[in-house]
Design a protein around this ligand. Structure first.
Ligand code: ADP
Ligand code: ADP
Length: 229
């Protein structure tokens, strides 16, 4: 499993407006790290730099010790699985949605693949069988169920790094907590970065970095950070 490092990254979208002011944090190989901070702090910008939609003005981003400035976008897409806040599902079966990009999308094959990948706990809580149609003419999923499907789809690809970009932020706090706890169980040892809103719901992270104004202003585990609140 690779590590991920932001090392003194400076960046802005416009030359006269810097957004990241020397952002530094480390996600050790296999660790689950959360990035928390107010809206506008620069959290989503981190994902855009990771996929090289933009490059930093200065500083380095390292995956497994390698500066991504020399890595293609295609390799980065293969290395990092991302789950955004509002995942879009296809008007198709749950199996197809979970298996998207794989060959066999029938119920039995997907169930077996999910069991092999040890991600079945994400799927078994869905309200209906995997052959159920979802979307406009089918079953309406709740926000939490949609995100379960999206996370399962991404985990099934077995990405070395998992990036949750506010993937659970729009959910009620109990659902967020449940999903993050499930993730912890099924994704132990996978390098994971969870960008989140609420410190209260991310108790399971090994390490939490608090980002404000494009910098890490504090870090620690959940108990340590709550003590400072
Ligand atoms: P967060 O995810 O923490 O809410 P963002 O990374 O989305 O923060 O945004 C950080 C800052 O960058 C905000 O002030 C936002 O307005 C600005 N910003 C985001 N995207 C762009 C863009 N494409 N062009 C210019 N400014 C942007
Ligand atoms: P894959 O390339 O493995 O099929 P996805 O279909 O999940 O992966 O996503 C396609 C690509 O879109 C991602 O790998 C990433 O480059 C980009 N992408 C999607 N959502 C975001 C986001 N919120 N921030 C940055 N990049 C994103």
């Amino acid at each position: 499993r690779p590590s991920l490092v932001f090392d003194n990254v400076h960046f802005g979208y416009d030359p006269d407006r810097k957004i990241l002011h020397g952002l530094s944090f480390e996600v050790p190989a296999g660790a689950h790290v959360a990035l928390v901070g107010p809206s506008g702090a620069g959290k989503s910008t981190i994902g855009r730099l990771l996929f090289r939609f933009y490059d930093p003005w200065s500083g380095r981003i390292l995956i497994d010790g390698q500066d991504i400035a020399g890595v293609t976008q295609a390799s980065l897409r293969a290395a990092i699985g991302i789950v955004p806040q509002d995942s879009v599902l296809f008007n198709d079966t749950l199996a197809y949605n979970i298996a998207y990009g794989r060959e066999h999308a029938d119920e039995a094959a997907i169930e077996q693949a999910a069991r092999d990948a040890a991600i079945w706990p994400f799927i078994e809580k869905l309200p209906k069988g995997l052959e159920t149609e979802v979307g406009e003419r089918g079953l309406k999923l709740s926000g939490g169920e949609k995100q379960r499907v999206a996370i399962a789809r991404t985990l099934l690809k077995n990405p070395p790094i998992l990036l949750l970009d506010e993937a659970t932020s729009a959910l009620d706090s109990q659902t967020e907590e449940e999903i993050l706890a499930t993730l912890r169980r099924v994704s132990e040892g996978r390098t994971t970065v969870a960008i989140a809103h609420r410190l209260s719901t991310i108790a399971d992270a090994d390490l939490i970095h608090v980002i404000q104004d494009g910098m890490v202003v504090e870090h620690g585990n959940h108990a340590q950070l709550l003590r400072h609140d």
